[in-house]
Design a protein around this ligand. Structure first.
Ligand SMILES: Cc1cc2nc3c(=O)[nH]c(=O)nc-3n(C[C@H](O)[C@H](O)[C@H](O)COP(=O)(O)OP(=O)(O)OC[C@H]3O[C@@H](n4cnc5c(N)ncnc54)[C@H](O)[C@@H]3O)c2cc1C
Ligand code: SF4
Length: 449
């Protein structure tokens, strides 16, 4: 809301006449604008959702291609049509690198390798180092007016100038990220620390999703930092893969499978997950230290970094069998970068495996061992990541085995998870583990886990 209001102000300053209005519905707003101003044409950027585009068509609004993305849904569909079988992000990413000539030298990937991800999986360093903070932006009158207009039902801490709302602010953030964050982006990308809400992540997603930054300028800034010797190749490549690869791939998938004969993102629920969202997601109160920490980051900053979204909040819901749509709506309401196009493939596909494996080759299910390795949460937790039965058993560890047992039929044909299924079948205490899982789920539903 603040970005929109600032944009209107900037247009006025540039000499445009701005009809800034709020209405009960978008259709009512467009109609009122037409009645009052009788424009020859109403022209808009193509909406980012199928329902938005249908509305634009119904209202007779002319559209132009969005500058928020580099690969138009039609181009993505063309790319996908040429590849029977699984669509791999890595193939799409290489296609994008060549198409936009990014980190390419004489037709080959710079440094001889397309993907340096193997260098980017390190646990958190134990040296107590600090990570680049984002310089706060002072709230102005427009921000204060918007904040004052918000209803009491809004969740989360009040805005504190963490998120850019103008292009100038976003460009400044990009610059400070490239200088301070990008050199250390990469190695600890998957690490989680309770006292660090973002580590070396860029925190640029809201600026990209609001259209304050364009993806190619962000990518070029990272490439230029590498070419001028300011950042290592692994950091530049790792970051460019996120923006040029993942972000565009998710955007393309959101359209490719928006709806169709076999349903679409909103309707998929391959694992028949029907549990309601745990109360902790609303109260923030839980004994699970890793979940409490991720929820606190969301509460304080309207943000959690990728691994907290995927491997803590997402994995807990996957293991517990939470309705995918409930998680989509919760994340969409709470994240500063939330939008339908990005939530659906990331939550329904990547995180909850509710698309039956279209996006991810196997469910992102894991026990407490992964979180123990990648975070500092387990040290201060009442639960023990190594235990799967008993009162101190880590809920992730217990639920992980229960998840495999519960979904054995469904996952049987997936060779990528056969080792885990074999491990589950060999557990001598599987019955006790599943008994504990029933207790854990009861406590989760009661908000007492
Ligand atoms: C369950 C779940 C929910 C998510 N919800 C959102 C969301 O609502 N909005 C959103 O923008 N991203 C979402 N993501 C993707 C990713 O987690 C965020 O883009 C990222 O954490 C934003 O932080 P950052 O800007 O510091 O990212 P960085 O780690 O610095 O990455 C750089 C940029 O790459 C892009 N990017 C990286 N991965 C993805 C991805 N999987 N999908 C789309 N863009 C990606 C983002 O634009 C991001 O700003 C979600 C991922 C998961 C697993
Ligand atoms: S023990 Fe389990 S619940 Fe506690 S922090 Fe570790 S992974 Fe999370």
């Amino acid at each position: 809301m603040s970005a929109a209001a600032h944009f209107a102000e900037e247009l006025r300053a540039d000499g445009f006449t701005v009809d800034e209005r709020s209405a009960a519905t978008l259709a009512a707003g467009v109609e009122a604008h037409r009645d009052e101003h009788r424009p020859a044409e109403v022209l808009a950027t193509e909406a980012n959702s199928p329902s938005g585009r249908r509305l634009q068509a119904r209202l007779g609004v002319s559209v132009r291609r969005s500058t928020q993305f580099l690969c138009h849904p039609d181009e993505f569909a063309e790319w996908a049509a040429g590849r029977p079988g699984r669509l791999r992000m890595e193939d799409f990413y290489r296609h994008q690198r060549l198409r936009f000539d990014v980190l390419i030298d004489a037709g080959e990937p710079t440094g001889g390798t397309w993907n340096l991800d193997a260098e980017n999986r390190e646990p958190p360093p134990r040296d107590g180092r600090s990570w680049p903070e984002v310089p706060p932006i002072e709230l102005d009158d427009i921000d204060r007016r918007i904040v004052a207009s918000l209803p009491d039902t809004c969740v989360g801490a009040p805005p504190d100038g963490r998120w850019p709302v103008t292009r100038a602010q976003a460009l400044e953030r990009l610059d400070s990220f490239v200088t301070d964050g990008l050199p250390v982006f990469g190695p600890h990308e998957d690490a989680m620390l309770a006292a660090e809400w973002k580590l070396a992540h860029s925190a640029l997603s809201s600026s990209l999703n609001l259209g304050l930054l364009r993806p190619l300028e962000v990518v070029r800034a990272a490439e230029e930092a590498y070419r001028s010797g300011r950042v290592p190749l692994a950091s530049a490549e790792g970051f460019i893969r996120q923006v040029l690869g993942w972000r565009e791939y998710i955007w393309g998938l959101s359209w490719l499978w928006a709806d169709g004969p076999d349903g679409g993102w909103w309707s998929w629920n391959a694992l028949d997950a029907e549990r309601e969202l745990p109360p902790a997601f609303r109260t923030g109160s839980t004994h699970m230290a890793c979940v409490a920490s991720a929820l606190d980051h969301v509460e304080q900053h309207a943000y959690a970094h990728h691994i907290e979204r995927l491997m803590v909040l997402g994995t807990l819901c996957l293991l517990a069998g939470v309705r995918p749509e409930a998680l989509v709506r919760w994340m969409w309401e709470r994240f500063v970068d939330g939008a339908e196009w990005v939530m659906l493939p990331n939550v329904v596909g990547m995180s909850q495996y509710a698309d039956g494996g279209r996006t991810a080759t196997k469910p992102y299910a894991s026990g407490g061992a992964y979180i123990h390795r990648m975070s500092d949460s387990c040290r201060g937790c009442v639960y023990d990541p190594k235990q799967r039965t008993g009162g101190r058993a880590c809920p992730f560890t217990t639920l992980y085995w229960d998840f495999l047992a519960r979904n054995e039929e469904h996952l049987r044909g997936n060779h990528r998870i056969s080792t885990q299924l074999g491990g589950m079948r060999r557990l001598a205490d599987l019955d006790q583990t599943r008994e504990r899982a029933r207790e854990v789920l009861g406590l989760l539903d009661a908000g007492d886990l």
